[in-house]
Design a protein around this ligand. Structure first.
Ligand code: PGA
Length: 247
C-alpha cells in the first residue's frame, strides 16, 4: 500500500495566460491516484480561472506567494485572505527565485508565514535550499528554517510543508542523489520535530524533477512528495511523475 504523497505543480511565470485554460482543462480531466494529493500553483492572474476550471476536480489550488499582511497599503501584493476566499488552500513561500530576484529575506518570509497561518485553512509550503552543491547544507538549511519559523506556533489543526529545493538543482537538469535528498530531509525533519508534532509537518523535494528521474524518489521514505517546476507544464509528464512516485 502506497503512502500519501503530495505533488506540487509550480507553473512559475512560464505559461502565457492565453494558454492557461486548455492546460487547466487537461489537468482537470486527469484521474490522479487517490493516494496522491496534487496541488497546482499557477500565477496570481490565472488563479480565478484555475479555481473555476478545477472546482470539480480533486486538485487543490496553491499560490506562489502571498502578502505579509491580511489587508493594507501594500501596492502590488495579494492578501492571503483573498487567496483563501478564491479557493486557494496552499501558499508557496520563500521560493529561491524570490529570494534571489526579489531579495526576500528569512525575516520577510517569517512575516509572510505568520500572515498565512493567521488565515484558517491555509497551509504554507516553505521552500529552503542550499546554493552550492555539498557546501555545508546543514548550516544553510538550519539558518533558513530558524529565520522563517521564528516564533511560529502551530495550532493542533495546523500543518506546514517544507520543500527542500537545492538551488543548484532548480531548472538546471542537475539530478540530486538519493543520499543527498535523504540527508537533507532528515536534517529538516529533525529540525521540525523539535518544534511541531511529527504529524504537523511534511517534507517534499523539488529541483529538476522530470518524468525520467521521478521514480528515483519512490523508495526514499523520508520524501513525502515532490515540487515540480518545468515538467509540470506538460500534463503527460506530470501524470507520469505522479504515477512514478507511487509504483
Ligand atoms: P524545476 O523547478 O522543476 O523546474 O527545477 C522546481 C521549482 O519550482 O523550484
Amino acid at each position: 500500500m502506497s503512502t500519501n504523497k503530495i505533488i506540487v505543480a509550480n507553473w512559475k511565470m512560464k505559461l502565457p495566460y492565453k494558454k492557461a485554460a486548455p492546460l487547466l482543462k487537461k489537468f482537470s480531466s486527469i484521474k490522479f491516484s487517490p493516494t496522491v494529493q496534487v496541488i497546482l500553483c499557477p500565477d496570481f492572474i490565472t488563479l480565478p480561472l484555475a479555481s473555476n476550471i478545477l472546482k470539480k476536480s480533486k486538485i487543490k489550488l496553491g499560490a506562489q506567494d502571498a502578502a505579509l499582511a491580511d489587508r493594507g497599503a501594500y501596492t502590488g501584493e495579494v492578501s492571503p485572505v483573498d487567496l483563501k476566499d478564491l479557493g486557494v488552500a496552499y501558499i508557496i513561500l520563500g521560493h529561491s527565485e524570490r529570494r534571489e530576484y526579489l531579495a526576500e529575506s528569512d525575516a520577510l518570509i517569517n512575516q509572510k508565514l505568520k500572515a498565512v497561518l493567521a488565515v484558517k485553512g491555509l497551509i504554507p509550503i516553505l521552500c529552503v535550499g542550499d546554493k552550492v552543491r555539498g557546501k555545508n547544507p546543514k548550516t544553510i538549511l538550519f539558518k533558513q528554517l530558524a529565520g522563517a519559523l521564528k516564533d511560529i506556533k502551530l495550532a493542533p489543526s495546523q500543518s506546514i510543508i517544507v520543500a527542500y529545493e537545492p538551488v543548484w538543482a532548480i531548472g538546471t537538469g542537475r539530478v540530486v542523489t538519493n543520499s543527498e535528498v535523504t540527508l537533507a530531509h532528515l536534517l529538516i525533519k529533525g529540525f521540525l520535530t523539535k518544534r511541531f508534532k511529527p504529524s504537523q509537518s511534511r517534507v517534499i523535494y523539488g529541483g529538476s524533477v522530470d518524468a525520467k528521474n521521478s521514480a528515483n524518489f519512490r523508495d526514499i521514505l523520508v520524501v513525502n512528495g515532490l515540487l515540480v517546476g518545468g515538467s509540470s507544464l506538460n500534463s503527460k509528464d506530470f501524470l507520469t511523475i505522479c504515477r512514478n512516485v507511487l509504483k
